[in-house]
Design a protein around this ligand. Structure first.
Ligand SMILES: [Zn+2]
Length: 88
């Protein structure tokens, strides 16, 4: 399961290109066991999305694609609320 880094949009916070790790190890808080997750991490500002394999309801092979879709999701700036601040 390897994804082409170019399909990831730049970090929404700093603009750096993030890294995808499809088999990132982490320790579960509840029982201390080691488990795997898919993770997308910005190496510059450390913004990150992580999704444990065991928490994904679909096939693990589709988890990276799911997380990439989530990472690439952006608010359409044309629909964002615009401030209407006025000077007193
Ligand atoms: Zn960043």
């Amino acid at each position: 399961m390897s994804a082409d880094r170019s399909i990831l949009k730049p970090c929404p916070f700093c603009g750096n290109l993030p890294e995808l790790d499809a088999k990132r190890g982490f320790r579960r808080i509840g029982d201390g066991t080691i488990a795997n997750a898919v993770s997308i991490t910005c190496g510059y500002c450390e913004a990150e999305m992580t999704f444990p394999h065991s928490d994904f309801s679909g096939p693990v092979e589709q988890l990276a694609d799911y997380l990439i879709d989530q990472w690439n999701k952006r608010v359409d700036s044309s629909t964002q609320a615009q401030g209407t601040r006025t000077a007193d």
